[in-house]
Design a protein around this ligand. Structure first.
Ligand code: ADP
Ligand code: ZN
Length: 723
């Protein structure tokens, strides 16, 4: 019996799938994983067949056609289903990430048939887009041309099918490799692995040779040469014909890596990240799916990249919170990567100088294998770290209240020696708020429960909803004229340093700078060429880049993360200080790190100063164990938000009531969320702590199908964001 119906996941935030009739001409061509076009309301959607069934419980519409996209292989379909189930994320939205990215339409862009579209047109398999395809069969056309001749609303749908594509003026055709702008340095010399690197590589090779699921935690201090180990392992896999998937927190930060991969496997590297135009990403996706490219390099969503006959997955900086997507569809790419390794039965390497407590605990209990790189790979010594206690009133800060004389004089010396410095401060903007010293008024966002950040060019800006207004010159509350910025952000430090280091080029790198396309690459290129002497920036500076010219790292407000009501606050603090410090002294000169802290006796700061992961891990795990937090328990978070706080409170109580009271579950709350209002929506939440994922999942079972008009419910499994 051939199945007559298909269960299909629609890319919409709904937690169910839909049945469609399979039209006669498609009956033998559709299987789970097939990408099809289905009518949904008035739209045509590209979606994935999840299952074939003999019957439909409801009256159904028919599928329209096959989409011009290769089918998902069963492993990826299984991975998507697992991810949707584990994180309670809509399957259709997860599957959307497995399909090639859409090209966005822009004005003046031309449309043309893809090779697949041409073939379909020749075979008269035009499906619902016959008219558009006929119009394009004689060559590319602009949307202006197509307007009036056909329903241009359908153009986007047609692009989504893969039958037609957008010709972007800048696209030079499908290429997988690193964009030229990223190739900054070419290192051709072959390195001799250190003994530690060799034995780490050996551990990985043992597992790849056995071709079985193993997770290897590569714990290597900053500058220990983890990249080299990844490259060798990847190389071996490629040589044996297997595919490799490499995830990094931010591709633009690893230009050297990308160019070295390209040198290692010319034409075989496919890069995925949001900075690459959709057209190129689509080309990269196809190159992988069709087996032309064999090494996928991507950020978060790259974990779903199609790599046939995958042999190895590597997750660099596995502790990095950018792997966690909090908003729907929520998932953690590091953990999805481990699951993918299990499904495909292949090894997974998780690398970090500061492993997450979850991963290190898994290594400790023997679930993961541990490989260690305890020393720097180059002759460079680990930098000397000093702390300045900013809470001590005797500390000299005569030049500027935020800069100790010690950090300043070190900066001046470094500039004089022609070396480079980075100054880390995890706060963008000029100042976190404006304060009236007469009445203590602070300017808050009208939509959110936060103060407005003072930005030099943009004015008062809300970092949560984007609200902007000009800075007031007199206090809106008491009319006083002394209202002024309080505290400091990266813009202010940049300004101060420009003033006190007149001979130096001081630049800034934070999210405001990175909004401009190519700005990040530009700063990195200029750092690499030594054109910048001092770089001020936010946590982007903590992510594994390698600049041999940096000999001084200054960390301001090291313990800032500790202000957040989050059980990972100490872990984040330790990771940030360790990672930022690790940028210093990677070349031949020994580096220095100066940590300014108002709380230098905090164990996270102390452990980071002494570069002792072991001590931090021991202290922190004892605390987590005592309070019953991950990695000893599984955490869930349920948030309800809405305009009416009364209704939000009613909703959250109703949701708490739906949690079955069982032994393995502890509920914290409900209470207003630490950020009680965002975009005029009041927010309440509660946390769930469970003995196992299974318990947690069972407890959350009844929270999904909650509907109350005007109320949005967000269910988060293993959340990272506690705000
Ligand atoms: P990590 O990612 O562990 O922080 P990197 O991979 O960035 O460290 O390596 C740090 C530096 O050490 C790089 O400049 C790299 O070229 C160099 N390096 C790595 N392995 C070796 C080696 N075996 N011999 C000499 N230099 C090495
Ligand atoms: Zn706001």
């Amino acid at each position: 019996m051939t199945a007559r119906f298909a269960r299909v996941a629609i890319p919409r935030p709904v937690d169910k799938t839909f049945h469609y009739r399979i039209p006669d001409q498609l009956v033998d061509r559709i299987a789970p994983g097939t990408v099809v076009l289905a009518p949904f309301g008035k739209k045509t959607m590209t979606c994935v067949v999840v299952e074939l069934v003999d019957d439909s419980p409801v009256k159904t519409r028919s599928l329209l056609a096959m989409a011009g996209t290769p089918s998902l292989d069963p492993g990826l379909l299984e991975l998507a289903q697992w991810t949707a189930g584990y994180y309670r994320s809509p399957l259709g939205l997860i599957l959307r990430m497995l399909l090639p990215p859409l090209e966005r339409r822009n004005r003046g862009a031309k449309f043309r048939l893809t090779p697949l579209g041409k073939k379909a047109h020749e075979c008269h398999e035009k499906g619902p887009f016959g008219e558009i395809m006929d119009l394009l069969s004689r060559g590319p056309r602009t949307s202006t041309y197509l307007e009036g001749k056909t329903d241009t609303e359908r153009l986007d749908d047609a692009v989504e099918t893969g039958l037609i594509e957008i010709v972007l003026p800048s696209t030079t055709g499908p290429s997988g490799g690193a964009p030229a702008s990223m190739r900054i340095r070419d290192e051709k010399k072959i390195l001799k692995l250190t003994p530690h690197q060799s034995s780490a590589l050996e551990t990985i090779i043992e597992s790849t040779d056995k071709a079985e699921f193993t997770v290897i935690l590569l714990h290597g201090i900053t500058g220990s040469g983890k990249t080299e180990v990844y490259l060798r392992a990847a190389r071996r896999m490629l040589d044996s014909g297997k595919g490799v998937l490499l995830l990094v927190p931010e591709i633009a930060l690893t230009p050297l890596l990308t160019s070295r991969l390209d040198t290692m496997a010319p034409g075989k590297v496919a890069v995925f990240h949001s900075g690459v135009p959709a057209g190129e990403r689509r080309a990269a996706w196809e190159a992988l799916a069709l087996g032309r490219a064999r090494l996928a390099v991507g950020v978060r969503s790259g974990v779903f990249a199609p790599v046939p006959d995958l042999g190895l997955i590597i997750v660099d900086e596995e502790h990095d919170s950018s792997y966690r997507q909090e908003e729907a569809p929520s998932y953690n790419a590091r953990d999805v990567a481990v699951k993918r390794g299990q499904i495909e039965n292949i090894p997974v390497v998780l690398g970090s100088a500061t492993p997450s407590l979850e991963s290190y605990r898994n290594a400790e209990t023997g679930r993961y294998r541990l490989a260690i790189l305890p020393e720097r790979a180059t002759p460079s010594q680990y930098p000397g770290i000093e702390v300045v206690d900013m809470a001590d009133p005797k500390v000299d800060r005569s030049v500027h209240p935020f800069l100790s004389a010690k950090l300043l004089s070190n900066l001046q010396d470094t500039v004089e020696r022609g070396e480079q410095s980075i100054i880390f401060l995890n706060r963008r903007g000029f100042a976190p708020f404006l304060l009236c010293p007469e009445c203590n008024y602070t300017l808050a966002c009208p939509n959110c429960s936060v103060t407005l950040t003072y930005h030099l060019s943009r004015g008062m800006l809300c970092h949560y909803c984007g609200h902007v207004q000009p800075p007031p010159s007199i206090c809106p509350s008491c009319g006083g004229s002394r209202i002024a910025p309080v505290g400091t952000g990266t813009q202010r430090i940049e300004e101060v340093l420009q003033a006190v280091l007149p001979g130096a080029v001081v630049e800034r790198l934070d999210r405001d700078i990175m909004e401009k396309r190519g700005a990040l690459e530009n700063v990195f290129r200029r750092m690499d060429r030594g054109e910048i002497q001092v770089l001020v920036g936010t946590q982007i500076l903590a992510k594994g880049h390698d600049f041999p010219g940096i000999t001084l790292v200054g960390i301001l407000n090291a313990e800032q993360a500790l202000d957040f009501p989050d059980f990972r606050a100490a872990e984040r603090t330790f990771q940030l200080i360790t990672q930022v410090s690790g940028r210093s002294g990677r070349g031949s000169t020994r580096g220095r790190v100066i940590v300014q802290s108002y709380f230098p006796e905090h164990y996270a700061v102390v452990a980071a100063l002494s570069q002792d992961y072991g001590v931090f891990y021991k202290t922190e795990t004892a605390i987590r164990k005592e309070f019953g937090y991950p990695p000893f328990k599984r955490l869930g978070r349920v948030i309800a938000d809405g305009i009416s706080e009364k209704r939000v409170m009613a909703a959250i109580r109703e949701l708490v009531g739906r949690i079955p009271r069982s032994a393995g579950i502890r509920i914290l709350g409900p209470s207003p969320a630490p950020l009680p209002k965002i975009r005029n929506r009041h927010r309440w939440h509660f946390l769930l702590l469970a003995d196992s994922h299974r318990d947690l999942s069972a407890a959350l079972e009844n929270t999904g199908a909650f509907h109350l008009p005007g109320i949005r419910v967000h269910v988060r499994v293993d959340p990272y964001n506690m705000m």
